[in-house]
Design a protein. Structure first.
Lengths: 314, 537
């Protein structure tokens, strides 16, 4: 459920009072004018009132119904403006988190380098999201917090919020971004400040520990970091791109420069598929949907992935 | 020509002999009434296609997960629904059909100023439509970008997006040609004595619309040329990969597409301003206020495009300026509503189908307009932007406003256009189905949007399920209404009783003084105007 709680973020009460005023005025006019309309139709229907009275207009009424709506909309304008202004005034001590969007997943990178697919934030502390889009325009939308900002490739933008309430809230992508737009979602998890600090410390070390010991877990964390699961499954089912299951040690037909050829899935093929995804496109899948991860996935991470894919092919 | 004129005086324009045979007597005719009907048949055909696409979308959204189609099909369908409904139906809509047919008659002219240009604009329209629809059958499949073609997604998609944009470009020329024609017609061909303030309100709104068509439409052309430059010569206008700015695309797109909303709605307001006094048997309340508000909407409407981009990352100054101007443009619309309702005060109202459409127009237009207030204010817009609320809002304005006015117009002018009458009872039944279905379809979307459901969503989380079911059921009721209305009108045009009365509703504007259907040149003698168009004394 959408959190209707007023303190899910500090913006909620101001935005919702603007809603209340605007919808209140709107509904009043809708019902009042509709009531008058229906009354006139019944009262002045031809069978009841066979002869109309000649009236050309009234300057007095024209002035009244110009001035009154003008005042009302100006009040609405200022409500909207002041409610929005507080969303642009980012506190200096806000905790910065880099929010990354790409087709069709979000990732969050914290100051210490930790990357998650769900945003985890401390309660009662201002958080600033630096928004980055890697391919097309996406939009960071957290309904329960009443915030939204487009994530435009090549442009820097940010939003901030502060939550006073423990819980998990939905994140949707609000700007249409292609095939799996409606599946591009994540969550914000608000936890106690002390718990957050502890989590930050522990998880950083766990991630590092994983890199050395548990190969399988390390591979999974790489997939989650780059949001690969948005398009590729691990169970053999077809999504936007081919599944990872059985990718190593089998042969497939790919299209290279418009020509079909057979390719054996080895380490070189995995590397090429990640660094130059549009060079060999598996037959039956679309070209151009995946962008190159050459500058992102490190050699070490690539090794984790290969280890993990091996375990899927066993 | 002048000799034939006298021979053909009392022959309906439908029966006039032409040097062409069969369908060619229509598609090569420069008679403004035939051109109007050509537009009517084309637009209604595209409308039916658009409705079917919309119905398929509603069916898909009836339950979460896959219902009848996969996401690629859904994304293509909402794109086509938008392209067809906006560019092929609503933008040409009222001016092309009823403007062409009635503008010359209402101002006492024999035709528009440039009849050949008028025919050309229909041909350009057809070519544009065919180019846009060719995207369906060629290349990498129908476009899946949404009718807004936002960069850089539209440059990345493998689907066939260029024909749709090119189609919009060609359609733009059709729009410009009609605009030029109407402006010259209104300036030059008004009957003697018809001063500007004796001009009926539908021509007034066509006048305002025509200026927008001429001044705003070229932006589409410029934008297309920039897209071509980017794709062929790698000039980075919009694609950040080439150093371009995607926000620039949004500005250019909305500089045209927002005024386009007023191209759509102004003529609808004109139609309502004709129907209400006729059925109230009473002069329209505040004629001058309605004229001034029409021009005010046409003017201020140019400067509000930025309200489509409140979350795009524009500067704060741009945001509050656009928000402020958006609120200003709401006022003339409110003034019109007050004047229409005021007209009914102490009226003598004939309760007939065209009036029901006009009265229900007021209701749906108010919902559309008032819901727009929450989108104009910055703080509330941020929450609602790109949600189902926006979809509900513009369907109430564009489909509620223009659609109800179009239905009202066709029921109002039907006896004049065909010289026959439809079944009035069935017309009212059709209206009831349509009205109930329409509201059941679109009202739940307001709640979905407030609750946070983004638009252009193929699938959704479980809590959005309930309102989506209601909405889908509404679409069935509305389609039942459309079928009843279409069948009734087609039967009426073919077999309906012939109307002997030139003026069945008791209207005061000039079209009610000519034959039904009108003769080739409308008037035997050009009338001299010595009164206001709504003098019911």
């Amino acid at each position: 459920m959408i959190d209707k709680a007023q303190n899910a973020s500090t913006f909620v009460s101001e935005v919702d009072s603007a809603f209340l005023f605007i919808f209140g005025v709107a509904l009043f006019f809708l019902f009042a004018i509709t009531a008058v309309l229906i009354y006139y139709i019944i009262r002045y229907r031809q069978s009841k009132n066979p002869k109309a009275t000649h009236i050309e207009g009234s300057t007095k009424l024209e002035i009244i119904w110009t001035v009154v709506p003008t005042i009302l909309v100006l009040v609405m304008f200022s409500y909207g403006w002041s409610g929005w202004k507080s969303q642009t005034e980012i506190p200096d001590d806000a905790m910065p988190v880099k929010a990354i969007a790409r087709m069709w997943s979000f990732a969050f990178e914290y100051e210490n380098g930790l990357v998650t697919d769900t945003l985890i934030v401390p309660k009662g502390r201002a958080v600033k999201l630096d928004l980055v889009a890697q391919d097309v325009i996406h939009s960071m939308y957290i309904p329960a917090f009443r915030v939204k900002q487009d994530m435009v490739p090549g442009k820097k933008s940010n939003i901030w919020f502060e939550s006073e309430r423990i819980g998990t809230y939905e994140i949707f992508c609000a700007e249409y971004c292609g095939l799996r737009h409606s599946y591009m979602m994540s969550g914000v998890k608000v936890i106690e400040g002390a718990k957050f600090d502890k989590w930050m410390e522990e998880n950083k070390s766990i991630e590092e520990a994983n890199k050395g010991t548990n190969k399988r877990l390390a591979g999974v964390s790489v997939l989650r970091k780059y949001g690969c699961n948005a398009c590729h499954t691990i169970d053999g089912s077809k999504l936007v791109g081919p599944s990872y299951k059985g990718v190593l040690g089998s042969t497939r037909t790919v299209i290279t420069d418009g020509k079909e050829r057979e390719v054996f899935g080895d380490e070189a093929y995995i590397r090429r598929s990640i660094y130059e995804p549009n060079a060999d496109v598996v037959k039956g899948y679309d070209q151009g949907l995946m962008l190159s991860y050459k500058d992102q996935v490190t050699e070490e991470e690539l090794q984790h992935l290969i280890e993990y894919f091996k375990s899927l092919s066993e | 020509m002048s000799n034939q004129e006298t021979e053909t005086t009392h022959v309906s324009f439908r029966d006039v002999k032409s040097k062409y045979k069969g369908i060619f007597a229509w598609i090569f005719s420069t008679d403004h009434k035939r051109v109007g009907l050509l537009y009517l048949y084309s637009i209604v055909s595209f409308f039916v296609v658009g409705v079917l696409l919309g119905a398929a979308m509603k069916l898909e959204l009836m339950s979460p997960g896959k219902t009848i189609m996969d996401p690629q099909a859904y994304n293509a369908i909402f794109t086509l629904h938008g392209v067809i409904m906006i560019f092929l139906v609503v933008v040409p809509g009222l001016p092309a059909v009823f403007g062409n047919f009635f503008l010359p008659i209402m101002i006492g002219a024999k035709d528009v100023a440039f009849p050949k240009l008028n025919l050309l604009s229909w041909w350009v329209y057809v070519v544009g439509a065919l180019v846009a629809l060719s995207a369906l059958f060629a290349g990498g499949g129908p476009p899946d970008t949404g009718w807004t073609f936002y960069a850089p997604y539209s440059f990345k998609t493998n689907t066939n997006m260029l024909p749709a944009v090119l189609g919009a470009f060609i359609l733009g020329f059709s729009s410009i040609l009609t605009g030029i024609n109407f402006i010259v017609t209104i300036h030059r061909l008004r009957a003697p004595g018809m001063s500007w303030f004796r001009l009926p309100l539908f021509p007034w709104t066509l006048y305002g619309t025509a200026w927008i068509q001429i001044l705003a439409t070229p932006i589409v052309g410029i934008t297309l040329l920039m897209i071509v430059g980017e794709r062929l010569f790698n000039i980075g206008f919009f694609d950040p990969a080439l150093g371009g700015d995607p926000i620039l695309y949004q500005h250019l797109f909305w500089i045209y597409s927002h005024p386009a909303v007023y191209i759509m709605i102004l003529p609808a307001m004109g139609v309502i301003s004709e129907i209400i006094p006729t059925f109230a048997n009473k002069s329209i309340f505040g004629y001058k206020a309605i004229v001034i508000s029409t021009l005010a909407i046409a003017f201020v409407g140019y400067f509000v495009w930025g309200h489509h981009m409140f979350t795009s990352g524009m500067s704060g100054t741009a945001l509050y300026t656009f928000s402020f101007l958006t609120f200003l443009v709401a006022i003339p619309s409110a003034i019109k509503v007050f004047n229409w309702v005021g007209t009914l005060h102490k009226a003598s109202i004939q309760l007939e189908a065209p009036f029901f459409w006009a009265a229900s127009f007021l209701f749906v237009f108010m919902i559309g307009g008032l819901s727009g207030l929450a989108l104009g204010a910055l703080a509330t817009n941020v929450h609602l932007h790109d949600t189902a609320f926006v979809v509900a809002h513009f369907h109430f304005i564009v489909f509620g406003g223009v659609g109800f006015a179009f239905m009202g117009a066709i029921h109002y002018w039907f006896p004049k256009m065909w010289g026959r009458m439809y079944n009035t009872r069935v017309a009212t039944t059709g209206w009831i189905f349509f009205f109930i279905g329409f509201n059941t379809l679109y009202l739940p979307m307001f709640f979905l949007g407030i609750d946070g459901m983004p638009r252009r969503y193929y699938d959704y989380v479980e809590r959005f399920h309930g309102p989506n079911i209601v909405s889908t059921i509404g679409s069935w009721v509305m389609i039942a209404g459309i079928i009843i209305i279409l069948v009734n009108l087609i039967r009426g045009a073919k077999y309906g009783p012939i109307t002997t009365n030139k003026n069945p509703w008791g209207g005061k504007t000039l079209e009610w003084e000519v034959d039904s259907p009108p003769t080739l040149e409308n008037f035997e003698e050009i009338p001299v105007i010595d009164r206001s168009p709504y003098d019911y004394r």
